[in-house]
Write a protein that binds this ligand. Structure first.
Ligand SMILES: [Zn+2]
Length: 371
């Protein structure tokens, strides 16, 4: 993976390149960034940069044999460790799956990964057996590159076994680089955290996400911008939304508001039945989408319309709806959407949750209708 393939983040990339060129490379670094950030992608690009035989000032060359092997994740000096399932789970057993999912989406989260392994109902962990395997792998000499790399994804899943790794992280074999990749530093055991140098990776901006979506199949600028808006800096979420682009959130949410406003109870019931078929993940996205749209209405009401991010039909709708409602009504509706998301996530019956939501919307909106 080259730096160039990751949108934006010029400052972090430059810092990593300077660090590589300085010759004083910390032996344990923690790439810390929120879910859906480029933390894992940057760790891969950084390792490739260090291994590249013809690197430039700005990136790895992408064509030398080392780049080729790093890109395909088959370089003999590149090791990965990540959560698997079971007491004795070893990362190497799932290397084929890991390469396959990385090829599709290097911005994934642990749920995506376990789902890919058909293990999403189980608890992921980095087992004590895996920790021992890391020590074994790193005791080998490097084969081709100046460095040996261990990219350890989600050290949050190490648990107490992580202490097995303390010694090797503190005094690693020569030319061994630990690249830990995490979301939440509070969930990493402190003895490991204190032995790493942190590389902070910010969320993506809406523009960076939109640019990436345009290169990966979004149908237009508007389409990319509206998905970016929904994703709140999370590239993983953006890519998921892009792959489900046949679920027209805007049309559904608008319909819900229109029916509730017009008190069309039979239609509301029908809509709830229809929407319940989306599946929980999509419904959660729909409700989150609704929250975002109503927040835009609040912006219009507070005279901050220039901050509104939606465009086209959605923008027009948000502007009109903001004129029909008060900020109190919108806040109540946002709270209801939040609650409904909570129930859906905890296996509430989607049809009932949605119908109930539409009834509550109807009651809230009836006061503005009377105006
Ligand atoms: Zn190269």
């Amino acid at each position: 993976m080259r730096f160039e393939e990751i949108p934006g983040l010029f400052d972090v990339k430059q810092r990593l390149i300077n660090n590589a060129k300085s010759g004083r490379i910390p032996h344990a670094q923690l790439f810390l960034g929120p879910e859906g950030s480029a933390n894992l992608a940057l760790a891969r690009a950084y390792a490739q940069y260090l291994a590249c035989e013809q690197k430039t000032e700005a990136d790895s060359c992408g064509i030398c044999p080392a780049c080729h092997k790093m890109r395909k994740m088959i370089h003999p000096d590149l090791h990965f460790s990540y959560p698997t399932v079971g007491e004795k789970g070893l990362s190497t057993e799932f290397l084929g799956e890991w390469r396959e999912i990385q090829e599709k989406n290097p911005y994934l989260n642990v749920f995506d990964w376990l789902q890919f392994l058909d293990q999403e109902n189980k608890q992921g962990n980095i087992s004590v057996a895996e920790c021992r395997d890391i020590i074994r792998k790193l005791s080998l000499k490097s084969f081709e590159s100046e460095f040996k790399f261990l990219i350890l994804w989600m050290p949050e899943y190490l648990g107490k076994y992580g202490n097995t790794l303390l010694k090797i992280i503190e005094e690693p074999p020569a030319n061994t680089l630990f690249l830990l990749v995490a979301h939440d530093q509070d969930d990493i055991i402190s003895t490991i955290l204190s032995r790493t140098q942190i590389v902070k990776i910010p969320r993506f901006s809406d523009e960076e996400i939109a640019e990436h979506l345009l290169q990966h199949g979004a149908s237009s600028q508007d389409h990319a911008a509206s998905l970016a808006f929904l994703s709140e800096g999370n590239m993983n979420k953006a890519l998921h939304l892009l792959s489900q682009q046949d679920t027209p959130f805007f049309a559904h949410f608008r319909m819900l508001l229109q029916m509730s406003y017009a008190r069309k109870i039979p239609e509301m019931m029908k809509w709830s039945e229809e929407a319940a078929k989306f599946g929980r993940e999509n419904l959660k996205h729909l409700l989150e989408y609704g929250i975002n749209v109503l927040r835009e209405c609040v912006l219009y009401q507070s005279g901050a319309g220039e901050l509104v991010k939606v465009r086209g039909d959605e923008q027009e709708f948000a502007m009109k709806f903001s004129q029909l409602t008060t900020t109190n009504q919108l806040s109540e509706m946002i709270a209801l959407l939040n609650d409904s998301g909570y129930y859906i996530e905890r296996n509430g019956n989607p049809k009932i949750v949605l119908f109930n939501l539409s009834l509550r919307f109807k009651n809230i909106l009836s006061s503005s209708r009377a105006k």
